[in-house]
Design a protein around this ligand. Structure first.
Ligand SMILES: *Cc1c(COP(=O)(O)O)cnc(C)c1O
Length: 382
């Protein structure tokens, strides 16, 4: 499967394979017990894939609701007409609360101070706040520290204008340390025992992200999962169950060659002499750099595909351009397509491989694709 030469004037672009989203969501849903809700995580511009298009497709594919990082991201979902539930995953600033309530968002409470600020806002309006409590069971990031959680439960119950709709935690080692994850789970389960069955019956109760799918069981007390990376087709870890779901990468990343030339031996390519040519070399200058999302860590290490073959990056990746060694590849001309992530011809550069030489994690490789990179949405693949 090779990229379409859809528009020769586009310098760097990502192709978003929308039908792959349908297939990924379908497989994840099949793997989950039927009562478990699918919370689709679309923060950071849907992991760089483009929020409106991807969110619309996810909805059509049958996810139950969305989660985003903040009010601004949530408002973009409202703008495209999404009227369903949207969970804010991060703490909300006092200055954002009125808007969060007005937009009907599901607000995550992480502290008594945050809850008090929200109460002050709803108590002076006719509105009700939909709230979820996030518990920190050991990650040390968002959420109320578990020992302080019962106090927050009591406060939330005392507020007539709070609608308590959920409780959740986040596992920090879900893809690396099963023992610690079990400890976190047990802390969370002990707290859940303090929530009345009638309260729980109305709540989303969840802890698992994509990595958590590896061990999600039908008798789990949790009735929702928060799925990010897997729906974009990337398993977060090498787990065999995740691999068995055969996730299909949704995104591929391409750019055009803008210049081909021959350089003599001894030329120092790109900045700072990190690469001095040992032989006469034909190079291709590609219209993509760290200004598009190719990290400088890939300098002198990474490869791009051109004519279906691997070409090493020469010298430092620059803001707008990257230089490839194409000495062994005949007939390259300006306008040819280079693939940075994804398949070209018979070869493929997987996100995991890109991450190894770009020194980043898969979430990061996707999120650092910049605005300059055009998003092209394909609906034609099956
Ligand atoms: C981003 C995020 C997720 C999604 O994680 P993936 O590993 O991408 O599935 C889930 N829960 C929370 C709290 C998050 O911030």
């Amino acid at each position: 499967m090779s990229p379409a030469n859809h528009d020769a004037a586009t310098r760097a672009w990502v192709e978003i394979d929308l039908p792959a989203i349908d297939r990924n969501v379908g497989r994840i849903k099949l793997a989950l017990p039927r009562h478990v809700r699918y919370v689709a995580v679309v923060k950071a511009n849907a992991y760089g894939h483009g929020m409106p298009e991807v969110a619309t497709r996810l909805m059509q594919a049958g996810v139950d609701c969305f989660a985003v990082a903040n009010v601004e991201e949530a408002s973009r979902l409202r703008e495209i007409g999404h009227e369903g539930d949207i969970l804010l995953l991060s703490p909300t600033l006092p200055g954002e609360m009125a808007r969060a309530v007005a937009l009907g968002l599901d607000i995550t409470l992480n502290s008594l101070a945050e809850a008090t600020a929200l109460a002050a806002i709803v108590n002076t309006s006719a509105l009700t706040a939909k709230v979820h409590i996030k518990v920190d069971t050991g990650m040390g990031r968002a959420g109320v520290w578990h020992e302080a959680a019962p106090e927050l439960f009591t406060y939330v119950r005392s507020q007539a204008r709070f609608d308590w709709r959920g409780i959740y935690t986040h596992f920090s080692e879900a893809d690396s340390d099963a023992g610690f994850t079990t400890e976190q789970r047990q802390i969370f389960l002990r707290l859940l025992a303090l929530v009345a069955p009638a309260e729980k019956a109305r709540m989303l109760i969840h802890a698992d992200n994509s990595a958590g799918l590896e061990s999600f069981s039908a008798d789990s007390p949790f009735n929702a999962v928060r799925i990010g990376l897997m729906q974009y087709g990337l398993p977060p870890s090498a787990g065999s169950f995740l691999a068995s779901l055969k996730p299909e990468p949704v995104l591929s990343f391409h750019a055009h060659v803008v210049l081909v030339k021959d350089l003599p031996a001894g030329t120092a390519v790109s900045y700072n002499r990190t690469k001095v040519l040992s032989r006469p070399t034909r190079v291709a200058i590609v219209a993509v750099g760290y200004g598009d999302g190719v990290p400088t860590a890939a300098s002198n290490r990474g490869f791009f595909l051109l004519h279906g073959r691997r070409c090493p990056i020469l010298g430092r990746v620059t803001m707008d351009q990257t230089i490839l060694d194409i000495t062994d590849i005949p007939d390259v001309v300006a306008g040819d397509i280079v693939t940075i992530l994804g398949a070209q011809g018979k070869d493929r550069i997987a996100v995991a491989e890109f991450c190894a030489w770009a020194d980043c994690i898969p979430w990061e490789a996707l999120c650092t694709l910049t605005q300059r990179v055009r998003r092209v949405y394909r609906t034609d693949r099956t």
